[in-house]
Design a protein around this ligand. Structure first.
Ligand code: SF4
Length: 292
């Protein structure tokens, strides 16, 4: 029996840096407040909470004063920084540099195209933390779409500037782009210079789709570990499922069942960019225990 952990699985660079930073701060302070879940992985949150990390909601954050608050890799809208200034909150800002750069690009484009009545459109999950941070760069004006079914939210008589949440699917971005182009061409006096597409999916995620497809294809069974709220986890699991119907989505080692690994010669273990490596190793150990 072959059991292989996907060498490309585990934290992406942004999440890895954020966790390292949180651990450094936890070594200096007994309690650190984290605005929202530090990573979309319940198991990793549990581990850090045992060290003193306290996850707070936005409602709780607004009432907090004179404290230290950790900002996760997803980034934040300007309002979060304003509240910190008003309430004497010291921020430990672990926003991923790739997300910060995207925020700046969107902000500057929004300011540039205001006069032309241009619309900033972002392909992403409404309500997702990264999306809130990106929309915040546009005074809340950006239009969020997560599917080609939502395209009626766009006014095709006005210029369109399409961006993407960093963790979305490249394939779906291209489908949305194609549909927007189709709608636009249906207009009588369409002017293609009014459409601009910026595929801003993070390289760490974009490249993983093709890699994980191959990985899932070469094994009999795939155990894919991810938090249920991870947007990137959903995208990558769908890729696994398409490549290999015997792919199982699991959130903790307790969900690994013996039946999952029956009648097969090779098992692949993979996960999202928010899945810790220790969890992948624990899953491998559990599978080995069924085989011994
Ligand atoms: S997926 Fe990319 S952009 Fe998002 S946190 Fe990870 S490294 Fe940063």
């Amino acid at each position: 029996m072959k059991i292989e952990i996907d060498k490309n699985a585990g934290f992406c660079f942004g999440v890895e840096k954020a966790i390292e930073r949180a651990e450094e701060e936890l070594n200096k302070n007994e309690t650190i407040y984290c605005l929202g879940e530090i990573v979309h992985n319940g198991e990793e949150i549990k581990r850090l909470e045992e060290k003193g990390l306290k996850t707070i909601t936005y409602k709780e954050y607004r009432k907090l004063k004179n404290a230290t608050v950790f900002l996760r890799a997803h980034g934040e809208p300007p309002e979060t920084y304003e509240i910190a200034r008003e309430n004497n909150i010291q921020l430990v800002d672990a926003t991923c540099p790739i997300v910060s750069k995207l925020q700046s690009r969107i902000k500057s484009k929004y300011n540039d195209v205001k006069e032309d009545d241009g619309q900033i459109v972002i392909y992403g999950k409404e309500g997702h933390a990264e999306i809130k941070g990106l929309v915040g760069q546009t005074d809340g004006q950006a239009i969020v779409i997560d599917h080609t079914d939502n395209l009626e939210r766009i006014d095709f008589n006005r210029p369109v500037y399409l961006y993407s949440q960093t963790t979305k699917s490249k394939k779906a971005f291209n489908e949305i782009r194609t549909k927007i182009e189709e709608y636009f061409r249906e207009l009588k006096n369409h002017d293609v210079s009014k459409l601009k597409f910026h595929q801003t999916i993070c390289g760490q995620v974009a490249n993983r789709e093709s890699d994980i497809f191959e990985f899932a294809n070469k094994h009999d069974v795939i155990l894919f570990a991810s938090g249920k709220n991870s947007s990137n986890g959903k995208v990558l699991f769908n890729v696994c499922k398409n490549a290999n119907p015997r792919s199982y989505f699991i959130s903790s080692v307790n969900e690994v069942g013996e039946k999952m690994t029956e009648n097969c010669n090779s098992i692949g273990i993979s996960g999202a960019t928010s899945t810790p490596s220790w969890l992948l190793n624990d899953i491998k150990t559990k599978v080995q225990s069924y085989l011994s």
